[in-house]
Design a binder for this molecule. Structure first.
Ligand code: F0G
Length: 462
């Protein structure tokens, strides 16, 4: 991919004011938030890079579509419109809406667990996917390629499955113990890193050989397909629709958090290629968990906006610009010597905080220390993806050590400008220059599960 840095392929017709605070204000705000930016009010954040989930801007076509929402409890016109779009993109026979990705997970994943001791294999499970696998009584095993842990090494598809690892797991556990293979596109936890079509094809062949269903967890499937188009031999002249269809043809089930590549603020979906029995049992469970099968937790207007967003997310102008923005931020950091996961992924720049602050041990959370410094420096909110998020070993109670200590700078879709990204880059470069002054953190309050959302911390002053 070239470094083009093209301007935004849109102009702004509605604005949402954001406020810059002073450093003194931020010191008080961060202390009050227990040194955990999850507890900040969004009004006190200048540029919010916490997540790309549900935080993007909708287009005029989506806002117009909202007015067409049919809010009937059953048989809504908006459901049928969304169903048409999903079936046209995936080629799958069955569609079920859900309120967001984890809603789709709670409906689908337990249906694939038929007995004790089953496991799911994934390149990398996202946190909520792992949680639903475990709630269903199964285990989640990651089989990503090892190069994804070497942040400084460039490779085009660092999200790929390691085929040796996955084959070994299938043979060791026995194929009847594998509830499903989950292909996360792009691989969020590894830095938004893509998976090649070649890898998807090989994993699909394994699944078919052993009769194991292949599930695409495709929150960012359009971004993954764009990486394939730009980086994989033979795809440069293929349309986005052709590339995504080839990926769906290789899988059996599509799970999606539509808050990402659905370009919506809420939404999720399940699509099933041909397994009617599975569709029926999912629909049965959908009713008590999410809602009636023709709304699944969404309003009619949500389904209208999603029908439009799914199509817009496959437009090449939009994708080229999105990749350009993420790469722009990454390139500015690389040029200044800031260590990041390379090459940059699809939705975020992941700063390698173990390399950034090597003097802070993992159990004093180097990623969180850099996240806090960034907020103090410029009012920018990022998120830690490392040992703070990972939590403790349930048996020993010890802090687990994450293989990667990241600060994720997640870029919402169509929301910020290149100048906003300059503010972020300048602030990180300034912190990097004084990185030896960064200190670790310790708990003041630690919740027993999913601690990173609500924990309160305190800097360890020397
Ligand atoms: N799968 C992947 C790959 C995700 O990144 C997410 C959410 C989900 C499933 C769950 O979807 O939030 O709609 O329930 N990722 C967000 C993030 C939260 O910030 O990366 P959800």
């Amino acid at each position: 991919m070239q470094n083009t840095y093209k301007a935004e392929p849109y102009r702004i017709k509605m604005i949402e004011p954001i406020r810059e605070t002073t450093r003194t204000e931020r010191e008080t705000l961060l202390a009050n938030a227990g040194y955990n930016p999850f507890s900040l009010r969004s009004e006190d954040v200048y540029i919010d890079l916490l997540t790309d989930s549900g935080t993007g801007a909708m287009s005029q076509a989506q806002w117009a579509a909202l007015m067409m929402g049919d809010e009937a409890y059953a048989g809504s016109r908006s459901f049928y419109r969304l169903e048409r779009v999903v079936k046209a993109i995936t080629g799958y026979a069955y569609f079920i809406p859900a309120h967001q990705g984890r809603g789709a997970e709670q409906v689908l994943l337990p249906r694939l667990v038929h007995k004790d001791g089953m496991v799911f294999l994934s390149n990398m499970h996202f946190d909520t996917t792992r949680a639903h696998v475990e709630l269903a009584g199964a285990r989640a095993i990651d089989c990503v390629v090892d190069i994804c842990f070497e942040t400084a090494k460039e490779a085009p598809f660092k999200g790929n499955f390691d085929l040796t690892k996955v084959t070994h797991q299938i043979e060791e556990k026995g194929p009847d113990k594998i509830a499903g293979i989950i292909m996360t596109l792009t691989n969020n936890s590894a830095g938004g890193q893509p998976v090649s079509m070649e890898n998807l094809r090989a994993v699909s062949a394994l699944g078919r050989h052993y009769d194991i269903p292949l599930i695409i967890d495709g929150a960012r499937y359009a971004e993954n397909a764009y990486f394939v188009k730009c980086r994989e031999k033979g795809y440069a002249d293929r349309t986005m629709r052709e590339i995504v269809r080839e990926a769906f043809d290789l899988a059996d089930i599509f799970l999606m958090s539509a808050k990402k590549d659905g370009l919506c603020n809420i939404g999720g979906l399940i699509a099933i290629k041909e397994d009617r029995k599975l569709f029926d049992t999912c629909r049965t469970h959908l009713v008590p968990l999410e809602g009636f099968p023709t709304y699944g937790g969404l309003t009619g207007r949500d389904m209208e906006a999603l029908a439009v967003g799914l199509e817009e997310a496959l437009e090449e102008d939009y994708l080229a610009h999105r990749f350009d923005q993420v790469r722009y931020l990454g390139d500015r950091l690389i040029a200044a010597g800031v260590p990041i996961q390379r090459p940059v992924g699809g939705h975020a720049v992941f700063v390698d905080c173990r390399a950034f602050a090597p003097h802070i041990p993992y159990d004093q959370f180097p990623g969180q220390s850099v996240v806090n410094a960034l907020y103090l420096e410029a009012g920018v909110r990022a998120v830690e993806i490392g040992s703070f998020l990972l939590g403790r070993d349930p048996d020993t109670g010890e802090n687990l050590q994450s293989p990667l200590e990241f600060m994720r700078l997640t870029i919402p879709r169509r929301t910020y400008t290149y100048r906003h990204l300059d503010v972020v880059a300048d602030a990180i470069i300034a912190i990097h220059a004084k990185r030896t002054e960064l200190v670790g953190l310790t708990f003041e309050y630690e919740p027993p599960v999913l601690r990173h959302f609500t924990a309160r911390l305190r800097p360890i002053t020397p």
